[in-house]
Design a protein around this ligand. Structure first.
Ligand SMILES: [Zn+2]
Ligand SMILES: [Zn+2]
Length: 243
């Protein structure tokens, strides 16, 4: 038993040593050298600081509220979105935002596993398929991978769910949504996505890394419903506040 533990410890240290040799880096959040390759370059301490958001938020789109003054945000009150519910693990800030940026913009694809694992607690009972929010061909070529698809893979593997990654396409580039007024956000995304498969009778869980205004999730949901989906819900790692 002791020998086995020694071997496991030795193996783990060896992997970390090799990793640090190959990827000499320090944790971008605290400056220490990570001793665990799973989250690296983020150190285990900073990874553990990634927290689930449990404060007040809109009961449909999860837009965080500064105080618990109601159950719906102004946007959902004005017009209900096409998805039945959007859920985000945490807020797009601190260590979670850093991890997502390293994954997405610095090509550290192995972070898709620990990041995707944050979403495994979500109730997926009755879900027929996971649909990752697609990238345009241009963005996909530039990045080399679709971060939402990698997250969906982590979920699908553990929860034994089907992924439909070629049923929704992004036709045009859309500029970043943050800071734009609501009517411009909708105009930006309207017609940017198209469902190219039949989703008849399906309950779909749309997967994305960050939900900013909800306009992308809303337009993808509209397309999926047009293609026959029974209902669409949305799951993202982080929510950027619209405030
Ligand atoms: Zn750290
Ligand atoms: Zn809302």
């Amino acid at each position: 038993m002791r020998k086995m533990r020694f071997n496991a410890d030795y193996q783990s240290r060896l992997i970390s040593a090799v990793f640090n040799l190959l990827y000499p880096s320090v944790c971008p959040l605290c400056g220490t050298k990570p001793d665990h390759f799973i989250y690296a370059p983020i150190c285990p301490g900073c990874w553990k600081s990634i927290q689930r958001y449990s404060g007040p938020s809109c009961s449909i789109c999860s837009n965080p509220f500064s105080s618990a003054y109601g159950s719906l945000c102004a946007s959902c009150m004005d017009k209900k979105p096409h998805f039945i519910k959007a859920t985000s693990f945490g807020l797009y800030e601190d260590s979670l935002a850093t991890a997502i940026n390293l994954f997405k913009f610095h090509g550290i694809k192995r972070l898709s596993r620990p990041l995707g694992s944050l979403l495994l607690d979500h109730d997926m009972h009755g879900i027929d398929a996971l649909v990752p929010v697609p990238l345009s061909i241009r963005s996909l070529r530039k990045r080399g991978f679709n971060q939402s698809l990698l997250l969906a893979h982590t979920i699908a593997r553990t929860r034994n769910l089907r992924i439909i990654s070629d049923g929704l396409i992004k036709k045009t580039e859309t500029p970043p949504q943050l800071g734009l007024p609501a009517k411009h956000r909708l105009k930006n995304t309207r017609g940017a996505f198209r469902a190219v498969k039949n989703f008849s009778g399906m309950r779909v869980l749309l997967i994305d890394d960050v939900m900013t205004t909800g306009a992308t999730a809303n337009e993808c949901s509209r397309q999926l419903l047009t293609a026959g989906a029974d209902e669409v819900s949305v799951l993202t790692l982080a929510r950027s506040s619209m405030l």
